[in-house]
Every structure is written in C-alpha cells, then in structure tokens.
Design a protein around this ligand. Structure first.
Ligand SMILES: [Zn+2]
Length: 482
C-alpha cells in the first residue's frame, strides 16, 4: 500500500479556511486553500490591516497560514527568506468551489502552482474579482501583480466539470458535483495507488439540486473508502430548512405590502436564492432591481456558463438599479468608470431596464431592491422606505463564506428606518442527520471532520448509529499517515 500523508493546515476545529495537503512519495496536492475568517476576524478588521510587504509574515505568525517553504509568492515573502525556493514544493491546488473560505488565499500562493477549479466557478471568480474596488494581494486570485517589477498576469488555471479525471503524478482526482449554496461545487475522489480518499467539501442534501450530492455519494461509495474528509459545519444542528420553505416565507412576507418598499440582501453567488426571490417577486407582482454587482455576475454566467440556467437580464422580471456614483450622478458614460461603465452601457444597448433611485422611490411597491453586500445599505437613504417596509435578510451563512455581512450595522439601519426584518434562510450545509447518513453510506475506514467547530461530536454520533469508522479529529498541521 502506498504511503499517503494528510495534513489539515486549515479547517481543523474551525468553520472554513480549508487547506488540506495530501502527499504521496511522488506528488503533493492542496485540496482548497481558503481564507480562515475565524483567525482573520480575531486579529484584523476595521482599521487593522496587514501591511503588503509583511502580509505573509503577519498571516503566518497569527496562524492564518501554514509556515511552509516553496508555496508562497516570492514578491510578498519579505523577511521570510527561509521560505524561499527556486521551485514550488507543491504540484497543484484543487479548489472545490468559489466561496472565499475555500479559495481566497490562493491569492498568496506562488503563481507557478497550477490551480484547478470547476468551469462555472472560474467564471464566478473572475466576475467577482473584476468588480472589486480593492486590488490588494488578497484580491488577486485570477490576476496577479508581481510587486517586484509591476507585471500583471493571469495565474495558471485549469477548469474541470463532473467526472473529468485530473492526473497529478500518482494522484488521480475525480471531481463530482454536489449541491451547495453556490453553483459549480464539487466533492473530490482521490485515488493514490490503492488508497482511496474522499473529500466532500461543503455539501447538502436538502437543497434544490440534492440529486447532484446523491451522484457524488454513489460514485464515492462504489468502492472502498479508506479516508473520508467530511465537512461538519452543522454537526450540532439536526434542523432542516429547505429552499422551498424559504420561498414560502418570502411569499408570506410580501403579502399585503402595497405602498411599501421591499429590499432583499442575498449572497452574491447564491443562485438558488436568486431564483426563489424571482418567484416570490412574481407572486407579489414586483420586479427585482438588482445591485449592479449582482447583475454583472448574473450577466457573466448567462453569457459564458454552459451547464447552468441563469435568467437573462432582459427578462421582464429583472432590472438593474442605477446606484448613484459618489457625486450623485448615474449617467453611465458620465458618472461611472471601469467594468461598471462598460456593463451599464452594454445594458443600455441591449435594452435591459435600468431603474433610477427616483423611480424606485416613487414606485416602491413595484420592485424588490436586491443587494448583495452590507456596504450597499446606505442606498436605502435614496429610497426612503416607509416605516413597516420589509427587509428580506437572506444572505449566506453567518461565517463569512463570501464577505463579512455586518449584521449589527444592518439591524441599526433597519431600526433607524422602521423597516421590518424577515430572516429567510436555508443552509448550504448538511444537517447532522445528513452528515451521519453520508458517512454511513460511504462506510469509510477513517473519518476526518473538517470545517466544523465541533469535531469532537462525530465519535459519539457514529457510535450511537453503530458505524464503525475511526474518527480522527485533526490537530492543525498534524500528519495523518494512511
Ligand atoms: Zn462553501
């Protein structure tokens, strides 16, 4: 049997920040390389930011990143000369989906380490990066700026879809789609000589695309599973709220809201939620007025993604909100620059309905203003919702898969304006029963819980169910030999 080493460098005892290094005698592969928001929140935020020249030194010291040589960008290593190397020490990095807690810190890896990602997830990564105002090192997943000579270039990337085999020396990886709160999410099946390692990454069995997760479990259980690396975000939570129940409560909340404004805050990459919101809007005889950022991401997917159904912006149900620029203007050719100007001009050309703040303020009950980040909240000042207007609080998980939703500040704005918050949410993560059921079906020899604050719960829950798999709670960066 081949000797396989697994080190959980991130995602051990914490939700997100997954960085799992799988090594054989011939190859080394990272499964995900996400940002650890738990550690980042602990040391940074508000006015506290890492200095660019020292970013790796700071992040390694705080434990956000592992101290490994030959993996980081040489232009950012600063004083860390012991981590420099002529050649990369890792062969590849495989990204399971576009949430930042799984891919954010690819931005700090050396660009000659190739990364693999789902084809649609690659479009999402590019679209999100283009719309970012900040171009600091951590915003450089796709395009890298080498600070030694100012050169800007694209990182090496290869895309995959379900069933495509990736061969990295003697590590063979088969990605299979799973259902999660963003499209193009994958579980991975690794074959390393005669050792089979399965990595679920983030998944659920209660979402609209649960059949995809079923496909993954079926493929994974077709042969013996030696090691199962499984997410446990909700291992302590047996409840299940489906996307269908989200739609129902959205519809209920929008009943009898004539004359009142409606605003929704949803995750930028959560297309299931967007579809539910469109259905609810249709029911309430309203249209969505999308924030430009959200509209741009939808437009990129609609134009380029081949295996996902995305609504066209010219659809009667959709319009784009002309978010005023800093000076208050909103004429595309005069008041905007960069991607936003290009995008809004294109919208004008193809006849996408653009809604001005005045129109939105006058026709409050004709629209649902749809925002995707808490920094858009002050837009409410232009609309002046009546007290009792509705706010559908429907962003992604509270643990920052995409960005920090500043809940406290959102609530303050709603209180100020007398808006009624309605929390509608279905988790992107498997419930306790779904996690244990998945382990039972794969019946692995060994289980490594990641992406959870409660790895200690697995052992007892498996024993209760009579499942004989050995649970290894991974201490951070500790080597597990198979
Ligand atoms: Zn995720």
């Amino acid at each position: 049997m081949a000797l396989v080493s697994i080190k959980v460098h991130g995602g051990a005892g914490e939700i997100g920040g997954n960085k799992i290094l799988v090594s054989t005698n011939e190859a080394k592969v990272f499964l995900d390389f996400g940002t650890s928001f738990t550690t980042k929140r602990k040391f940074y935020g508000g006015f506290i930011k890492a200095k660019r020249f020292r970013i790796l030194e700071e992040y390694i010291l705080t434990g956000m990143l592992p101290e490994l040589s030959g993996i980081y960008r040489e232009d950012l290593l600063g004083n860390l000369n012991h981590l420099r190397s002529d050649v990369p020490s890792v062969d590849a990095c495989i990204i399971t989906h576009a949430h930042l807690d799984h891919c954010g810190h690819i931005s700090l890896l050396r660009p000659d380490i190739k990364f693999y990602v789902g084809a649609t997830a690659a479009i999402l990564l590019e679209a999100r990066e283009e719309t970012k105002t900040s171009k600091e090192p951590e915003d450089q997943i796709i395009k890298v700026k080498d600070y030694r000579d100012g050169r800007i270039f694209k990182r090496q990337m290869e895309t995959f879809s379900t069933g495509k085999k990736l061969n990295i020396e003697n590590i063979n990886v088969t990605p299979i789609h799973v259902d999660h709160s963003t499209p193009s999410s994958y579980g991975l099946i690794l074959e390393l000589d005669n050792v089979r390692v399965v990595y679920t990454s983030d998944f659920r069995l209660h979402g609209p695309m649960r059949k995809m997760t079923e496909d993954f479990i079926e493929h994974a259980s077709a042969d013996d599973v030696d090691v199962l690396i499984i997410e446990g975000t909700r291992i302590s939570d047996p409840s299940i709220h489906s996307e269908e129940s989200v739609l129902l409560s959205m519809k209920n909340s929008l009943k009898d809201t004539q004359g009142k404004a409606a605003v929704a805050l949803i995750g930028l990459l959560d297309f299931d939620r967007l579809k539910s919101l469109i259905s609810a809007a249709e029911y309430a005889d309203r249209k969505l007025a999308l924030s430009p950022k959200l509209a741009y991401v939808i437009n990129c997917l609609e134009k380029r993604a081949t295996n996902i159904q995305v609504p066209k912006l010219t659809n009667d149900m959709l319009s784009v909100y002309l978010e005023p620029s800093g000076s208050g203007g909103y004429e595309p050719e005069k008041n905007y620059r960069g991607w936003l100007r290009k995008f809004l001009e294109e919208c004008q050309d193809v006849g996408v309905h653009l809604v001005t703040p005045e129109e939105l303020a006058k026709q409050k009950d004709r629209y649902i203003l749809t925002l995707c980040q808490s920094e858009d909240l002050p837009e409410l000042v232009s609309i002046r919702p009546e007290p009792g207007s509705i706010f559908l609080f429907s962003s992604s998980e509270p643990h920052n898969e995409e960005q920090e939703i500043e809940r406290e500040k959102v609530i303050n704005w709603l209180e100020l304006l007398g808006m009624r918050p309605v929390h509608v949410h279905a988790s992107g993560h498997a419930s306790q029963g779904e996690i244990i059921g998945t382990i039972e079906r794969m019946s692995p020899k060994m289980v490594i819980p990641v992406h959870t604050e409660h790895p200690e719960m697995f052992k007892g829950l498996l024993e209760k169910q009579g499942i004989g798999s050995k649970v290894i709670e991974p201490p951070k960066s500790h080597e597990i030999i198979v």
